[in-house]
Each structure stands twice: as C-alpha cells, then as structure tokens.
Design a protein around this ligand. Structure first.
Ligand code: MG
Length: 283
C-alpha cells in the first residue's frame, strides 16, 4: 500500500484456520490491504501470529486491523446478537475479557498496531448499571491494548451515535476509537448512518464500506445487506464526510456472503469507491 495514497481501498478477510485463503481473496479482488478476522481462539498464539505476519508480508498485503471475535456468538437475529455478541453478555464476559487480551497479544506479535471488536448491545440508558459496567470493561481492555502499543476500535452498529460518544467520553482513553460501519446502523435499525458519521467522525480510525436496505420493522428484524452502491448508503457522500474529518485510513469493503459472489461484489465495490474518490479528487 503506497504510503502517500489517501484512503486506500481494501477488503475484510477471515484468517480462519490458515491465512492463504485470506491472501488469495485479496489477490483475486486486486487490493493490497485488509482487515482480518482473527483465527479461532486456540490459534491466537505467538507462533501463528509470526507465521501469518510472514505470509501477508511475502504476499505484499498490509493487515491494517485485526478483528477480535468470540466463541459462542450468533448473528442469526437481532435478539441473538443481544444475547450472545461481544463483551455485553454477563455469563461469558470475564472469559471474553481474557480472550480480548489474548487477541491483543496476538495482534502485537504480528507487529500490528490496531485491533477492533464488536462490544455488543451497550445499553442506550447511560445511567444504567450495564452502561457503567461496560465503560469499566472497555477501559480495562483499552488500557491493556495501550500497554501493548495498540489502538482499539469499536465497531459501530448496535448503538446510536449519542450512546457511542458517551461511551468514548466516559472511558476516556486516547487509544480507543471507532471502526465506522454505515450498513450496520441500517441492518440493526440504530439510526441513519451518515448523520451519525457526522457526529462521531472525529473518533473514526478505520471504516467498513458496506451497504444495506432498511427492514420494514427497523430494530425488530434485520435489514438486508446488499452490494456496495445498491443500498441506502450514498458512498460518495460517505467518503466525502470522512474526507471532511481528514480521515486518511483505508476504505475496507465488507461483504458478508460466501464466495464466489462475495468476490464479484467486492470487485464491483472497489469500482464504486474508486469512482467516489476520483469524483472527490482523493488520491
Ligand atoms: Mg463491519
């Protein structure tokens, strides 16, 4: 990835059991930078980290962020996400805090500087006990990341812009930022994404470029993820707002369907984003 290029276009890949499929996917789409989902928890070891870093480097692909996911998460429905995703569910919280720290070790062993995660459905009631507990949890993992020299980015989606700003303000750690995903806000029915981006844009340190259409019962049932440029997110305006905030980081295309259609949609997504950058004079 050329150092001088602003907002280089990349894709989201899964490291899975091994990294070659992730590398092949980036090569097939024709990008040189990725966000990568961490391998299964038992594989988040120094040995795997060194091997993965070597393979990505040999392929000339820069990993800009590693995403931490947890065992037992389900994205089958909005209710399932509420009950199972991130650091919110109380039953698994302590174990997942440990997994988060182990994943931070993995990211540092890869020689990288950024980890991201879905915190889960943080309460919109900023006076609630759950909200206060999550502020403490996020401070604990942010501090752990800071000790490793890592930034930690929270994926947007399940909460409103206002609640997210309150979390960031109360945790009050410089290394805690936002991975903005506009489609998630549509999928979860948590607010219009571009006005939300205007509110939280100063905290955005990485992005997902993903598109969706609203559910007919927003917040109750899922909206539908669609290829970039075919949903309600105006990608040119999205990139333009990021530009207004001086964002220089990658535009990372995420498409949550299986290959081969995933690859085809990502290739079209590269064109949508390149056209937007060209129109806005970003290079
Ligand atoms: Mg995302």
């Amino acid at each position: 990835m050329a150092d001088s290029e602003r907002m280089p276009i990349g894709i989201f890949v899964m490291m899975g059991e091994d990294t070659p499929p992730a590398i092949e996917m980036a090569e097939e789409v024709g990008v040189d930078n990725v966000h990568a989902l961490a391998p299964p928890v038992e594989k988040r070891t120094p040995e795997t980290a060194h091997e993965a870093a070597r393979r990505f480097e040999d392929a000339g692909i820069e990993v800009t962020t590693i995403f931490c996911a947890y065992e037992g998460e389900s994205y089958d429905s909005i209710d399932a996400v509420c009950e199972t995703v991130g650091l919110v569910p109380e039953k698994s919280r302590q174990k997942r805090i440990e997994t988060t720290k182990k994943t931070a070790d993995f990211v540092a062993e890869m020689g990288l500087d950024t980890m991201a995660l879905h915190a889960g459905f943080i309460s919109e009631d900023t006076e609630s006990d759950q909200f206060a507990e999550m502020v403490d949890v996020l401070r604990e993992v942010s501090e752990y990341c800071a000790d490793k020299g890592l930034n930690l980015n929270l994926e947007t989606g399940q909460e409103s812009a206002e609640a997210l700003l309150e979390v960031l303000d109360r945790v009050d750690m410089d290394n805690l930022g936002v991975n903005f995903d506009p489609a998630n806000m549509v999928l979860y029915g948590s607010g219009k994404p571009l006005p939300a981006l205007r509110k939280v844009g100063g905290h955005v340190r990485s992005t997902h470029c993903k598109d969706a259409v609203w559910s007919d019962q927003p917040g109750e049932t899922w909206g539908e993820e669609v290829p970039l440029g075919e949903g309600v997110v105006d990608m040119e305006e999205y990139v333009s707002i990021l530009d207004d905030f001086g964002y220089d980081g990658p535009l990372t295309i995420e498409r949550e369907i299986p290959p081969p259609q995933q690859i085809e949609d990502m290739k079209k997504g590269v064109k949508v984003l390149q056209d937007a950058k060209d129109k806005l004079g970003i290079s």
